[in-house]
Design a protein around this ligand. Structure first.
Ligand SMILES: *Cc1c(COP(=O)(O)O)cnc(C)c1O
Length: 345
């Protein structure tokens, strides 16, 4: 694969911004190179532009070298960087599946790059051939979300491999929910596919949505391009410190994850007993998609009880569907009681 054929011409020719810390990243006693305020308050210095401490820890957790990682201000920033690095506005296009994460079409609008949506089948599974048929020589990116939002299921690996093997454009697999799934991450395949990009986040299983730390894993060549166009200090000092602290407390992460997964089983079992739940879709994530007779009525009923769920009814294949995030045991109990009370009224 010749990556230079996929990179936008202006990006290929770009001279990246060179920060003070790019030009001198060793240890010294006096720093008078970045126009910072010298008075120490914990945050008077610019943060590490390459988040080395966080990445070194991630490298241990993920078993991947730091050169294969980029961190963003949430994975939403990472996804935007990918659009901007590879897609020529009004000329290139990207292909994704339907339904999927709502940010892909928004980023496509913002970047003026048409998104071609390919419908999933009734079981929310991916048809690789349909994705390939929707692509052409101007297709730069395929966005695949697995486990998929809002359906919650893992998309079949064999189908995704067909798209990777086509070697037309880059294949981005958004694994925001992978820690909840009982399946290997695509990170294990990174070395086999130079056209693969895996996106993950600290926002879901790691419980750090407020920090805005997204992760991107790809070949060193791809990471280099994204590094060249990212805002220099895109992950702030507070977020880097808090992310490192959380990543060092893996036990806490694992015990919370276990609680959420146990709670999911509990909620699923309760939902399966409820006549008002017409269908519960299988989930590999921390949320459950359910079909009811009147999604808006149940949504409003729960809202009146101070319980907010997500109405996904307008999405393809999601007619009268609500998406229920797994909460604390007490919150899930309130949800279950709420839906039971709704059926009775
Ligand atoms: C929640 C979510 C993200 C996370 O985005 P952040 O910007 O990292 O918080 C990414 N992709 C999907 C599909 C999601 O549902």
């Amino acid at each position: 694969m010749d990556l230079s054929l996929l990179i936008r011409k202006n990006i290929l020719n770009l001279t990246p911004y060179s920060s003070a810390r790019d030009e001198f990243d060793h240890v010294a006693e006096v720093y008078l190179d970045a126009n910072e305020n010298p008075f120490e308050n914990g945050y008077n210095r610019y943060p590490d532009p390459y988040q080395k401490a966080v990445k070194n820890r991630l490298s241990e957790i993920k078993g991947l070298p730091v050169e294969n990682m980029l961190l963003g201000n949430g994975s939403d920033e990472v996804l935007d960087l990918i659009y901007r690095a590879f897609c020529e506005p009004m000329q290139d296009n990207v292909v994704s599946h339907n339904p999927s994460y709502g940010m892909y079409p928004v980023l496509s609008e913002i970047n003026n790059v048409p998104l071609r949506k390919v419908n999933l089948d009734e079981g929310f599974q991916l048809n690789a051939q349909a994705m390939i048929d929707a692509s052409d020589k101007n297709t730069k990116l395929f966005f695949i979300c697995s486990p998929n939002n809002p359906s919650g299921n893992i998309l079949a690996k064999a189908e995704i491999k067909k798209i990777l093997n086509l070697k037309r454009g880059l294949v981005i697999i958004d694994e925001a929910y992978i820690d909840f799934a009982n399946t290997d991450s695509w990170l294990t395949e990174l070395a086999n596919y130079p056209n693969l990009i895996v996106c993950q986040t600290l926002s879901k299983a790691w419980g750090l949505a407020g920090l805005r730390v997204g992760m991107c894993f790809a070949s060193a060549e791809i990471i280099k391009v994204l590094n060249a166009i990212k805002p220099p200090y895109n992950v702030n000092e507070l977020s880097q410190q808090a992310a490192l602290k959380a990543l060092n407390e893996e036990k806490h992460f694992k015990s919370n994850l276990k609680i959420i997964l146990n709670e999911k089983i509990k909620v699923e079992q309760a939902l399966d007993q409820m006549p008002s739940i017409l269908k519960r879709f299988a989930s590999d994530a921390n949320f459950i998609l359910v079909r009811v007779a009147d999604a808006k009525a149940l949504y409003d009923y729960l809202m009146a009880r101070q319980i907010i769920v997500r109405n996904r009814s307008k999405e393809y294949l999601c007619d009268n569907c609500l998406r229920l995030t797994i909460g604390t045991p007490e919150e899930n109990e309130r949800l279950i009681e709420g839906i039971k009370a709704y059926s009775k009224n």
